[in-house]
Design a protein around this ligand. Sequence first.
Ligand code: MEV
Length: 329
Amino acid sequence: MNENEITNINSDNEPRQASILGQGKAHSKIILMGEHAVVYGVPAIAMPFKAASVSVKISPSKTNRSWIESDYYNGPISLMPNDMANLKKVMELMLDSFNLPQKGLHYRIESNIPIGRGMGSSAAVSVAIARAIADYYDVELSDYQLQLIVNQGEVIAHESTSGLDTLMSSTNDPVMYQKSEQPVPFSLNLKAFLILADSGIEGQTKKAVASVRQLFEERPKFVKEALNSIERFVKLGYQAIQNRDVTELGRLLTYNHYYLNQLGVSHPSLDRIIQAAWYAGALGAKLTGGGLGGCAIALAKTAKDAELIAEAMQLAGAKQTWILNLESE
Ligand code: MEV
């Protein structure tokens, strides 16, 4: 979604609803290792990123029309732009799956997750919508049903999806995740800091996933070898986390980036930011999420190192940076 193209067709301004009867929340995510490869069954390591979150509140609509009120679009659901089709799908599936009345609802979406930065904004909004509908109608929504319904929306947003974004926006622990397998939660508890840097360039997960698929069709041997290497790095990365070996983890993050670059999903601006992190003393750095823009991560040993690295990433073009203490994750 393009933040510059904020649509507002609220000409007949539906009045803000006073009573809020349903509420759902979700948060952003950071993929430490294994993005893209995870679509092909390779495990990935990811953690929730709660500083960026979304809340959806539902109240009865004053008219019979269902309505969305958000910074991105404000208007009837029937006229939502195409790039919100995933949200519409989730609403329809929720109402149909639980045999809920199709009456007018007013959805108010509040989100501070940057859109199109590989931070799982679309999955998080969908999860919050599904949870708000369940809360509004007081129905029991199991984690399994939630994943199933939101992933249908994600298929529209990204075509192929591993389901990782959906899981991470609704889960509270870091996980080792493999498609169609039960996710393995763990605690990071590392004496290290993670810097998340937003390149400010809109990432294009759908395009990136499609381009990896095309590369796979054109050069299957090359892509299979890359996927095998990423799988090895992810497994070693998980071991490094268990062994609290942050130097080894950093090296593996960087290796993972080389291979993502080979798969064609990095971006010159991201590479500049990542290189700046390396030069500033990061233990490792890579793109995170869908790529072709979006965000990068870097690993630092101390809080002071993290600040210097974040500064270097900003000087190299990052528009916003966050520092996370991994001892408390
Ligand atoms: C996007 O955040 C992660 C990808 O691996 C896609 C997916 O897992 O569905 C690129």
